[in-house]
Write a protein of this length. Sequence first.
Length: 332
Amino acid sequence: MLIRLCGSWGIVLAAIVLAGPDSPPAGEVVRFLSQPAEPPTPGAVSVIDGQHVWVGLTYTADGGLSWVARCPPAMSGADFDLGAPCGVANTFFVTANRGWLTGTRSVWMTDDGGLTWRSQVPGRVYAMAFVGNRGWLAAGGAQSVQNYRTEDLGQTWNQCGSLWDLSQVGPWGSASFLDARNGWITVGSYGERGLPYRGGVARTADGGCTWKILWREPRPSGGMGDIRFVDNSFGWVIASFGTLLRTRDGGTHWSPVALPEPDFLQSAYLVSRSRGWIMGGTNEGSVLYYTTDAGAHWHSVSDEDIRANRGMAREIPVGWGEALVLSFQPRR
């Protein structure tokens, strides 16, 4: 899944192909409907601040006390990549009002909090991030992906760099940028069914126009997850089957980090070289752990503390959207 951190940083990577006869015309507008919604489960989360959070197409402006879902009209004619209910979608928001929705044929943009959506570029989003007003977008189809950059918070996009050939390697989805030029993404090769395998890590030094592959898994992987760097050398990435890996040389070499009890690793958030958080899954639901010594020891955060927002639950990084949404769930 993608981790979306909004506000202070971001850049957009999108995989995109030239518009074809099946693509919606650029600028096509579709108006969505609004309806009250239940607190969502963690998914594609964009944290604007502690009060304004998007989870897919479900939005809160009061820190999770109430939620509204944006839903397309039943016969809109647009090809949106939505699950059920309608609020389940792959979105990326940089403000409470401006964001992008992945379609199967086009990338859609909203400037009014998801009420109206405009077809902006063809293809679907593979990854996105921002640093201030500067952004990087990778959008495209099943064969190739184009890098885009913006200087105006995504109002306009300009192509840069060469196409990714997805049969060789392409963006997997998670990105981490230190500034507007230096960043890392997870990558993979895409098979005939359009699914990535054999994950890896790539780095850019020019804002996402060109990428250098630093590391690939030696065999087909079980999926790449979150990647996050805290400086030019030190970072984390979730690799095959929930393995947490650490690098000390900027992403060229990786070694495993010992994990506590979770059956599988859902999300990870690195704060510094010594401090980090992970979310794991059990039969009872999601559980949180934190470390203050680079993973040598892990400490759990109780479900009761998360619901009551007390103890170490108050230290959960606001930008770590998946963990933040846990505190919005109804108490059991």
